[in-house]
Each structure stands twice: as structure tokens, then as C-alpha cells.
Design a protein around this ligand. Structure first.
Ligand code: GLN
Length: 283
């Protein structure tokens, strides 16, 4: 294979996969940052690097998500390892971390539960900003648990326990100050599951295969038994599920039920506070 420079590699790849992806994949191959590519644009790729780049470009052109090809994704200012065993953390999910941190005083050792943690992005971000908190993160997938544990270790987060389990299955009798979850919320019939990045992501992290509210309903129904009085439940949901979610929270007896938009203005998260079983006023 003929030797090519960084500049030549970028201009060749750009045509197949666009500027940004070309740059990110070349950074991955050379294990360097963007500044290095600019400062050393005449550096030649050794044949093994050129071959690796060629493979990654071909895989990207077939639709594989950049995050899986790079093996990492930024979330809440931290770099998380991602593999096809976990959902790729989305920028809109940072809202859930904001909402959780707003409710957790820095000087308080709150008990937090993250259901369906995947890469651990939400739980580890919270743990990182609240060193006194005690975080439990659960996922039904052993492979996801393994990735989340690697992330906790690599990011030096120690106030977290990551366990394999089915929602509240392994948590009988345990209560938390705050429960947070980004559960699967796409209907099994949604054509988006067969498009774009979603095709390559773990389907069990996106959908139950049935109704889009299956998991949200299940979590809301069991959350009260795992919250302390005054504890909060926070859920991410689909763009059109805020009202349904608030109704479910309200029916289950949650107070101060609310929804909040993400940065794109889409109602993306809802939650409520578990006080005590409400007296139903009968007139
Ligand atoms: N927000 C993701 C998407 O629509 C879905 C994540 C989820 O199901 N929890 O791509």
C-alpha cells in the first residue's frame, strides 16, 4: 500500500464518510487528538495504520455507529467506553443527570438507584459530582454490567455498586432517596429501530418489542416500594410520552409531578416525589 499523509488520508476518507467522521476515525487509528492532526498533517501513516483506517471507513460506510468504532463517547464531560453491548449515551440524557444533581445536596450522603444503567453514563456522572452519595446501578445484561464496571474503574469512581438484575428484582426491601432511569421506550413496531445507529445498538436497551410504555409503567408501579418518604423518581422518555408518563405518576400517587424539556425543547424527562400514600379526598 502506498504511504499517505494525514492530510491525504483525511481528504480521501471525507468523500466516503464526511469530514467529522473521517477525522474521528483517523484520531482513533493514530490515538491522537484533533490538534495533532492539524499540527502534523504531513505525518505519514504506517501501512498497519492505513489498513486499520481503511477497515474503519468501510464499516462506517456500512452504517456502524462512530461511537462503537471509536469505542468511546463523551457524556457529561467524561469519556465513556462503549461497546455494542450498551446503548450509546445521548446528549439529551444529560438532562436526567442535571435533574438528579439539582435534587442532591453536595453535603448529603443520598442513596441513588439507576435502573438499566448500560455503560453507566448516568450513574457514574452522578457519582462523580456527588462523592458522598451512594449509588447502585442495575442492568439486566451481564455484558453491560461489565462495561459499566470498566467505566467506573477507568473514571476513578468508587461510590458506586454495579449489579446484574431485572429492574427492582434484586433490591427487595431496599429504599433510595432518588431513582433514575433511561429505560427502553421505543415501541416494537417503530420503524426507527431498523434505521441509523439504532440498528447496531442492543435492541433490549431500546424496546421490549411491545408497547413503548411497558418499562415506564413497570418502573412507576414498583418505585414507591423502593423510595424513602420524600424520595424522587426521574425518568427519561420519548418525545411524545410526557403526558402519559405524568398521568402514570399521578395515578400511582406521586406528588409534584413534572416534565422538563431537553436542550432541543423536547419534553424528555418526567418525575415525581413519593410522599406518603395520599388521602383521597371524597366529597
Ligand atoms: N433516545 C433514544 C433514541 O430514541 C432511545 C433511548 C431509549 O430507548 N431509552 O434513540
Amino acid at each position: 500500500m502506498q504511504q499517505i499523509t494525514i492530510l491525504q488520508a483525511l481528504s480521501q476518507a471525507r468523500g466516503d464518510i464526511g469530514d467529522t467522521d473521517a477525522r474521528l476515525l483517523l484520531q482513533t487509528v493514530l490515538n491522537v487528538n484533533h490538534a495533532h492532526l492539524i499540527a502534523h498533517s504531513d505525518q505519514e501513516l504506517v501501512p498497519a495504520e492505513a489498513q486499520y483506517l481503511h477497515q474503519l471507513i468501510a464499516r462506517r460506510a456500512q452504517g456502524e455507529p462512530v461511537a462503537y468504532l471509536m469505542g468511546k463517547r463523551e457524556f457529561y464531560g467524561l469519556s465513556f467506553k462503549v461497546t455494542p453491548a450498551v446503548l450509546i449515551p445521548r446528549p439529551e440524557t444529560e438532562l436526567l443527570v442535571d435533574l438528579a444533581l439539582e435534587r442532591m445536596p453536595l453535603d448529603h450522603s443520598s442513596k441513588i438507584l439507576d435502573l438499566g444503567t448500560g455503560s453507566g453514563a448516568i450513574a457514574i456522572s452522578i457519582a462523580n459530582h456527588r462523592p458522598l452519595a451512594n449509588i447502585t446501578a442495575v442492568d439486566a445484561s451481564a455484558d453491560a454490567v461489565a462495561v459499566a464496571k470498566i467505566n467506573a474503574r477507568q473514571l476513578n469512581v468508587n461510590n458506586i455498586r454495579i449489579i446484574e438484575g431485572d429492574w427492582f428484582g434484586g433490591l427487595a426491601g431496599k429504599r433510595f432517596d432518588l431513582i433514575v432511569s433511561n429505560p427502553p421506550y421505543i415501541a416494537g413496531s417503530d420503524p426507527h429501530l431498523a434505521q441509523g445507529d439504532l440498528r447496531f445498538e442492543p435492541q433490549t436497551a431500546l424496546t421490549t418489542g411491545g408497547d413503548s410504555l411497558d418499562c415506564i409503567r413497570c418502573i412507576i408501579a414498583s418505585a414507591a416500594a423502593h423510595l424513602v418518604a420524600g424520595g424522587t423518581l426521574l425518568l427519561e422518555h420519548g418525545y411524545d410520552q410526557a403526558e402519559a408518563c405524568r398521568q402514570l405518576l399521578d395515578k400511582a400517587g406521586f406528588c409534584e409531578v413534572f416534565s422538563r424539556p431537553d436542550l432541543a425543547g423536547i419534553m424528555r424527562a418526567s418525575g415525581g416525589v413519593w410522599e406518603f400514600p395520599r388521602e383521597t379526598a371524597r366529597i
